[in-house]
Design a binder for this molecule. Structure first.
Ligand SMILES: *[C@@H]1O[C@H](CO)[C@@H](O)[C@H](O)[C@H]1NC(C)=O
Ligand SMILES: *[C@@H]1O[C@H](CO)[C@@H](O)[C@H](O)[C@H]1NC(C)=O
Length: 177
């Protein structure tokens, strides 16, 4: 009964952009957006992702290495290993600078991830300035630290141009194991 009710609520909330997550004791109201698996899969790498509004570029490829989809729909990142993120995009804007921001979305709240390299110009080929119409490859590696808590979350990455607009915005569903 409770799960039927929950399904009805979820269907309803798809329409009004609000979701009510219910458990036997608490009710939390959140935006549904972070939780629904509305992502797509990169056709070459199979990495799941969601474009979250970088309207000034065209995404060409997204890849997490390794992305073990053993849980079905999330990249499983094993603690104590290194993970590499690669992406290529065609820029539709020019920009002198490029800033990277990474968040972990836990319980619907984006938590900024301490990121040693916010200057994305150092992680793209060809380097800055970003030129409209050109293809860029972005690549970073990071350790999945043993102290990270296990669990599912979205990782959100943004590349921001000199005007402050989002050039690229990506969300990737992962599970830390
Ligand atoms: C992860 O990368 C760092 C820096 O390149 C390296 O020192 C470390 O050994 C790597 N760890 C693993 C588990 O491969
Ligand atoms: C970007 O990556 C693609 C595919 O991996 C490769 O073919 C291309 O040469 C790379 N471009 C640059 C500028 O590194």
């Amino acid at each position: 009964m409770q799960s039927q009710l929950a399904s009805l609520v979820l269907i309803f909330c798809r329409l009004i952009c609000v979701k009510i997550v219910s458990s036997s004791t608490i009710m939390v109201v959140t935006r549904f957006d972070e939780d629904f698996p509305q992502y797509e899969y990169d056709t070459t790498s199979g990495t799941p992702y969601k474009n979250c509004g970088g309207s000034e570029s065209v995404l060409k490829s997204v890849e997490i290495i390794p992305c073990d989809l053993k849980s079905g729909d999330r990249c499983v990142l094993d603690r104590g290993t290194n993970v590499t993120f690669k992406m290529s995009f065609l820029s539709e804007k020019s920009s002198k600078t490029l800033q990277a921001k990474i968040y972990g979305i836990i319980d619907y709240i984006p938590v900024p991830f301490p990121f040693p390299q916010p200057n994305a110009c150092k992680d793209i080929r060809v380097s800055c300035p970003i030129i409209k119409g050109q293809l860029y490859n972005y690549s970073i590696s990071a350790p999945v630290k043993s102290k990270y808590p296990k669990g599912s979350l979205w990782i959100k990455g943004e590349l921001i141009e000199d005007t402050g607009n989002l050039l690229v915005c990506l969300k990737i569903p992962v599970r830390i194991d």
